[in-house]
Design a protein around this ligand. Structure first.
Ligand code: URA
Length: 209
């Protein structure tokens, strides 16, 4: 089973605490989410392959390291996942972006798929699946299942906050998927919200309620 990587850098935790505060408005919330996504990308890409290439500096010829290997696809789970895309693109501007639309049925808390548009070469890409809140894990498991059906092989899941229940669900259904989070919170409440969490990430990003 792949491990869970908790990226608990002080800058990330500080920004996350501001996001958790109910008095933080949508503009700041969006900016902080984008910044944290960018900082997390630095760690998520640590395993990316490098190759040596010949370059010439103004001084001399030399060998230098450049990224090689698989190209990247960022796949946000709509709608809250959208809030992390621009931060990742800042560091990986050549990445393609697919979209998976899932909503949680408020009665059953189960994910329902309503949209899926992915790059045609998804099976050859390294995939960063993004959703800020890993709650029950239902949406993430469904999205991973959908990606695998389309041929995806290398999937990393990037979330801001996870509940232990969500981590367990993903690890048991998809042990090959590495999970990156900024924080693991206490639990889920009876409405499927993460405690203490930050509320509904989609509503806070887009100012809906
Ligand atoms: N989705 C959210 O946006 N917040 C939660 O706490 C759980 C799921």
């Amino acid at each position: 089973m792949k491990k869970v990587v908790v990226i608990d850098h002080p800058l990330i935790l500080h920004k996350l605490s501001i996001m958790r505060d109910k008095n933080t408005g949508s503009k700041d919330f969006r900016e902080l989410l984008e910044e944290i996504a960018m900082l997390m990308t630095y760690e998520i890409t640590r395993s990316f392959q490098l190759e040596e290439v010949e370059i010439e500096t103004p001084i001399c010829k030399t060998k230098a390291k450049m990224l090689t290997g698989k190209k990247v696809a960022i796949v946000p789970i709509l709608r809250a996942g959208l809030g992390m895309v621009d931060g990742i693109l800042k560091l990986i501007p050549a990445a393609k972006v697919g979209h998976i639309g899932l909503y949680r049925d408020p009665e059953t808390l189960k994910p329902v798929e309503y949209y899926c548009k992915l790059p045609s070469d998804i099976s050859e890409r390294e995939i960063i699946l993004v959703d800020p809140m890993l709650a029950t894990g239902g949406s993430a498991c469904d999205a991973i299942h959908l990606l695998k059906e389309k041929g995806a092989k290398n999937i990393k899941l990037m979330c801001l906050i996870a509940a232990p229940e969500g981590i367990e669900a993903v690890q048991s259904s998809h042990p090959d998927v590495e999970i990156f989070v900024a924080a693991v919170d206490e639990r889920l409440n009876e409405h499927g919200y993460i405690v203490p969490g930050l509320g509904d990430a989609g509503d806070r990003i887009f100012g809906t309620k």
